[in-house]
Design a protein. Structure first.
Length: 110
């Protein structure tokens, strides 16, 4: 599973992202849209595709970017429903694990 420190904060994008973006494209979204520093060691940024079948997590680790990717072969990423209009939303590690491991077609309120 994902190996972050206990201090890591997780931020999920409030809308789907083009999964053709690589590390620089996602870092640009973190800076310009989400309003965060993509090189902050204690933060990880979660992006999902329009069809909810792909997820990418961008994290800066000591001396470079690390990008985690997951493609759901069956089922989909648990679709987030946001209770507030924001550019990004902080979620817990437990919520992230739930989102990544529950490939069912329901929704979760964040």
């Amino acid at each position: 599973m994902i190996n972050f420190t206990s201090r890591t904060k997780y931020f999920i994008s409030s809308k789907p992202t083009d999964m053709r973006n690589g590390r620089e494209g996602l870092a640009g979204i973190v800076r310009e849209v989400m309003g965060h520093n993509p090189k902050c060691y204690d933060e990880a940024f979660i992006f999902y595709s329009k069809d909810y079948r792909k997820v990418k997590i961008l994290h800066y680790d000591i001396n470079g970017y690390v990008m985690y990717q997951k493609w759901f072969d069956s089922g989909k990423f648990l679709k987030p429903e946001f209770t507030k209009v924001q550019k990004s939303h902080e979620i817990s590690r437990e919520t992230l694990i739930l989102l990544l491991s529950t490939a069912i077609q329901t929704k979760i309120a964040i």
